[in-house]
Design a protein around this ligand. Structure first.
Ligand SMILES: [Mg+2]
Length: 122
């Protein structure tokens, strides 16, 4: 079974995404900012993929991404950045910093499952 970490400061988004993944037979973990996500990643090295929101308090998505990718001691799961249209111009920075894919918010179940297939997690 694959393990996916949902990182988003919106509880509604985490809940909706969890429902989208309901049929996928994945184990799902959640964090509400990048700092909490680091803690979860350290204690769950089995995580296969992270769906990562960009704008979050405390530690945002791009800071989390760069922190993970520059630390050889951390597990290195696939990371899909979830970005709104206004942030799209920054997506090249995310890809160059080690994001595997990106997805535009709001996303549908179909698109989200497709992205997870593209990174080899589903
Ligand atoms: Mg957010």
């Amino acid at each position: 079974m694959k393990t996916i970490l949902l990182v988003d400061d919106s509880r509604a988004v985490r809940l909706a995404t969890r429902r989208m993944l309901g049929q996928s037979n994945c184990s799902i973990l959640e964090a509400e900012d990048g700092s909490e996500a680091l803690t979860v990643l350290k204690s769950h090295p089995e995580i296969d993929a992270i769906l990562l929101d960009w704008n979050m308090p405390i530690m945002d998505g791009i800071t989390f991404l760069k922190t993970v990718r520059s630390d050889g001691h951390l597990p290195q799961p696939k990371i899909v950045m979830c970005t709104t249209e206004g942030e799209f111009s920054r997506i090249m920075d995310a890809l160059q910093s080690g994001a595997n894919e990106y997805i535009m918010k709001p996303y549908t179940q179909e698109i989200m499952l497709e992205k997870l297939q593209e990174v080899g997690v589903l």
